[in-house]
Design a protein around this ligand. Structure first.
Ligand code: GAP
Length: 447
């Protein structure tokens, strides 16, 4: 299904807005870029930071049954043998003998041919090789020697670093099952065909939870996490009409999973996965026990029972969440004779919470506006702008998704008030200049 609010043309406009306003740039751009890699600019990095902070706050800080870790990106390569990634983390790939391109065999119907843009790769079928499996882990070497014993991989998921630290966390955090370990960090996959802007990248960030439970409680915790993770996106502004929970069919399940659901979003290029919630059973801990010969069982003092915990894993992508929030927020409106582009972000994730303007650069207005700016920026990420017509300044903030603009004008010197303009309704009211911070606390309601 294609997001009806947003056509592919609008998606192109969003991509260009992301570049123009400093959300997302192609990586290594001055050298022609590198396919599948992206850089986040000043607004993009704030958006991503706010998403990660919201996740960490709601999933870790606000809960007594969760702790966080930050594990290394490069792990002992035995980890990836035990996890099954060395053998099984593959996608089917075909080569085109005509253009030399390599493509995901299961996507040739929807991948445009690089030589004949009007055709799809599947139209070149006489020139395509048989499909073969391609392992998506990036390889590197640890130390000065490039030999088999120093081969290592950039992690393709953050999850394994959590499993490796299960016993360490248990021994140091006083947690008892059921409890979870959370991690946010970069992951790397040598995707055959990165595509759809940042949706499928080769370097991306994940926010993952491994929640350890008694095997008998796995079904109920699976349902709990599936529903709460779906709700989290709604609470941050994704609309129910564009967000879906899709339970995997039995045949679709990974070999280690007893159940799995995807939170899916209606992107302009189709409905696709934002996050997966899986019951991973005891697969990972069991395999790490076998490969490492270390005891990763759990002993329940009260029940005098020893067992290998089952794991419920909500696994989200920061970049995909950012893209979904951008798509949801993007809106074009006719305002009298003018068109305005506005990003209607939820205040919690808006990169800038407010902008402060002097109406003109005289009569003490810049000084008063800077005073307000200096007070507010200690608490919120805010922007000061004294250049151009006031209408243009409002439009720039609309495009950045800034919920409020405060303007110091001639009346400020007389009665100590400023105007505040609401991004969504464009309505303006006057409030005391001294109350700007309180006003933001109240309206943003994000503490
Ligand atoms: N530990 C389980 C795991 O990694 P996954 O479904 O492969 O599961 C989880 O990945 C999430 O990571 C996805 O739902 C998606 O949000 C994000 N993700 C995966 N591959 C990605 C890619 N190539 N580019 C951007 N995000 C990606």
């Amino acid at each position: 299904m294609v997001n009806e609010r947003m056509t592919n043309e609008a998606m192109d406009k969003l991509v260009s807005l992301c570049k123009r306003r400093g959300f997302i740039f192609p990586s290594s751009e001055i050298y022609g870029g590198l396919n599948g890699f992206w850089d986040y600019g000043p607004l993009g990095v704030e958006l991503k930071k706010n998403i990660k902070e919201a996740w960490w706050n709601d999933m870790v800080t606000a809960r007594i049954d969760m702790v966080g870790i930050d594990s290394a990106i490069i792990l002992n390569s035995r980890v990836w043998e035990a996890s099954g990634h060395v053998k099984g983390f593959t996608d089917p790939m075909v080569d085109c003998k005509e253009c030399g391109g390599r493509f995901r065999a299961d996507e040739i119907d929807t991948t445009p041919c690089p030589k004949h843009k009007e055709k799809m790769v599947c139209d070149c079928k006489d020139n395509l090789t048989e499909a073969r499996q391609f392992n998506m882990m990036f390889k590197t070497y640890v130390g000065a020697l490039e030999e088999a014993s120093s081969l290592a991989y950039l992690r393709p998921e953050t999850a394994q670093g959590i499993f490796l630290n299960f016993a360490n966390v248990l021994a140091t955090s006083r947690q008892k099952i059921p409890f979870g370990i959370a991690q946010i960090g970069k992951s790397f996959r040598n995707e055959i065909n990165p595509r759809n802007f940042t949706f499928r990248s080769r370097e991306f960030e994940q926010m993952e939870i491994e929640y350890f439970v008694h095997p008998s409680q796995a079904p109920e915790f699976y349902e709990y996490w599936r529903d709460m993770r779906y709700q989290w996106y709604l609470d941050l502004g994704l609309s129910k009409d564009h967000l879906h929970l899709r339970e995997h069919e039995k045949e679709e399940l990974a070999h280690y999973a007893a159940a799995c659901s995807d939170v899916e979003y209606d992107f302009p290029f189709g409905t696709s996965e934002l996050e997966g919630i899986a019951n991973r059973t005891d697969y990972d801990l069991k395999n790490h026990m076998e490969y490492s010969k270390k005891d990763l069982t759990y002993f329940d003092d009260e029940k005098r029972e020893r067992y290998i915990p089952y794991v419920i894993e909500p696994s989200a992508g920061v970049d995909r969440a950012a893209l979904a929030f951008l798509c949801e927020a993007y809106s074009e409106e006719q305002v009298r004779n003018d068109k305005r582009v506005v990003l209607r972000f939820h205040p919690r994730i808006a990169p800038l919470k407010a902008a402060i303007f002097p109406l003109v650069n005289r009569d003490g207005m810049p000084e008063r506006a800077k005073n307000i700016f200096d007070t507010v920026r200690k608490r919120y990420n805010v922007f000061y702008d004294d250049r151009g017509a006031i209408g243009r300044r409002y439009r720039r903030q609309d495009e950045a998704g800034t919920p409020f603009c405060f303007t110091v004008d001639g009346q400020t010197a007389e009665d100590g008030t400023v105007t505040v303009r609401d991004r969504d309704s464009m309505a303006q009211e006057r409030i005391s200049a001294e109350k700007v911070l309180d006003y933001l606390h109240d309206k943003l309601n994000i503490d």
